[in-house]
Design a protein around this ligand. Structure first.
Ligand code: PEP
Ligand code: MG
Length: 496
């Protein structure tokens, strides 16, 4: 019974992963690969089987094995490992439902869904025509469920607090995901106010789309490049349709996660060329593999780290394992001989790292044997405060900087991204973050362009401040491209 329940859930997970890949992209769907790995966990399975062998029922054996495995992980006291425990519990519940012969859970019903939390599978199963919004008592904006819902255009409000679970089914609620506002049983005036906001939002979307393919200039005529962050060919197509002038950040992790070995050079080249085609031949800013610590790869075993965000991640990891980076750079160089490409190194702290990465790039160019690709630009992500503060030194080694405000904010404010307990302290508009952005722009000088590719770039309130500090490229999620162009157009750099 247990074996067949596990097989049933395996089929369900494959279907959910394929649906999520189509609707949200490969990177977002990778969580289901993690869930599939839980099903294959030999220790979990043998723990359950030994209880069955001594006379326990399949359901009780499985429940005990899942609970013990999750408890062990939670006891480690690390957020990343605790998230793995949540994966084990989510998959455990799915197997239990299959054992009990219950149908696959689907979120049916019209209107706003209120829940404690959602598993990624549940978020992927939401019917976006019927679910007009989701309110969660827990979770954080960077949780997998929130990312999946966002990519599918379903408004979501997270960390609303446990009292929200007492709201009776059928109650009218008004929610505004952007403002993080929730009104239970709103009076007529409040309803009108929220309805007015929703209409204004729809109008803004229509208007922004009309001019989405025109370039963005501020009122005083300063040209600003609006680019897109992409992690799949679907997103690249959406970016081109939304008017993105280039891919300002290609998160190549999507090619490397959820598999048992790294993609070879040919596969990488084919994927980058497919992205370029989906982008209509626009420039790709290909970020080299940004994993490690908090984002492990099964084929890259690494010892556990007490502080993974301060550990072997980004460029540190790929310089420590240069064979991975060399293959990727060869694929990038080959691509750059066929279509406009910039290469970008993540999580750089020092000039030594840039020199080492450039050395590997030079080797890759030699190995491809066609000389330096025309128009190949080399840049770094500025996400470590030290890089922002020494930007004038680093500038001499690069063509561009791209500021990753997601990581820069966590490092300068000492607030871990995705940790619900400190989510309220995450403030990318904090004066300390803005000073680092300013330092980066000043250090860049005239020759080196400065982009922002963190989430902050798509906040219309932040756009004028970023442009005033000297940022000249904004790279945002595809659906945000038209709005970001409008935010640029309404900025006047002559005013303070
Ligand atoms: C960032 O850190 O702001 C960024 C864009 O990179 P990622 O979110 O992929 O870490
Ligand atoms: Mg980052």
């Amino acid at each position: 019974a247990l074996a067949s329940a596990i097989e049933q859930v395996r089929d369900e997970l494959h279907r959910t992963r394929d649906a999520a890949t189509r609707s949200a992209g490969v990177a977002e769907a990778a969580i289901f690969d993690a869930h599939l790995l839980v099903l294959d966990d030999a220790d979990l399975r043998s723990a359950a089987e030994s209880v069955i062998a001594s006379g326990g029922s399949a359901a009780s054996a499985w429940t005990a094995a899942v609970a013990a495995a999750a408890r062990d992980l939670e006891a480690v006291g690390d957020d990343y490992v605790a998230a793995r425990a949540a994966d084990i519990r989510a998959v455990g519940d799915q197997v239990l439902r299959a054992l009990a012969g219950e149908p696959i859970e689907s979120m049916v019903g019209d209107g706003i869904l209120v829940a404690a939390d959602l598993t990624p599978a549940q978020a992927a199963a939401l019917d976006s025509d019927r679910t007009t919004g989701v309110v969660l008592a827990h979770s954080s904006p960077t949780a997998h469920a929130a990312i999946l819902a966002r990519a599918r255009g379903i408004p979501m409000l997270v960390a609303a607090g446990p009292p929200v679970l007492d709201v009776a089914a059928g109650t009218t609620v008004a929610m505004d995901g952007s403002a993080g506002e929730l009104e239970i049983d709103p009076d007529e005036e409040t309803r009108q106010r929220f309805a007015g906001r929703a209409e204004a939002e729809a109008d803004r979307r229509r208007e922004a789309q009309v001019r989405a393919h025109e370039p963005a200039r501020t009122r005083d005529g300063t040209a600003v490049t609006v680019a897109a962050n992409v992690a799949s060919t679907e997103e690249a197509e959406a970016a081109a349709t939304a008017g993105a002038e280039l891919a300002g950040l290609v998160r190549t992790e999507f090619l490397f996660v959820g598999r048992t070995s790294a993609p070879d050079i040919d596969e990488q080249e084919a994927t980058y060329l497919a992205l370029a085609e989906a982008m209509g031949g626009r420039r790709l800013t290909i970020r080299t593999l940004d994993v490690g610590g908090d984002k492990p790869l099964s084929y890259l075993p690494m010892p556990p780290e007490a502080n993974p965000f301060l550990g072997l991640r980004g460029i540190r990891l790929t310089l420590a394992r240069p064979e991975l980076l060399t293959d990727q750079l060869i694929a990038i160089v080959r691509t750059a001989h066929q279509t406009p490409v910039s290469v970008m190194f993540p999580m750089v702290t020092s000039a030594d790292e840039i020199a080492a990465a450039r050395g590997l790039l030079a080797d890759a160019i030699d190995r491809v044997g066609k000389g330096s690709p025309p128009g190949l630009q080399v840049g770094i992500m500025v996400e470590v405060p030290a890089a922002a503060l020494t930007a004038s030194t680093l500038a001499s080694d690069v063509d561009f900087f791209s500021i990753g405000t997601n990581d820069l904010t966590q490092y300068v404010l000492a607030v871990e991204r995705g940790n619900e307990a400190v989510a309220s302290l995450v403030d990318p508009m904090h004066p300390a973050v803005l000073r680092l952005i300013e330092a980066t722009c000043q250090g860049a000088g005239e020759r080196v362009t400065v982009a922002v590719c963190g989430e902050l770039a798509s906040d219309p309130q932040a756009v004028p401040a970023l442009l005033r500090l000297g940022v000249r490229e904004l790279s945002v999620a595809a659906p945000a491209v038209p709005f970001t162009k409008e935010a640029v157009r309404s900025t006047d750099l002559r005013q303070n």
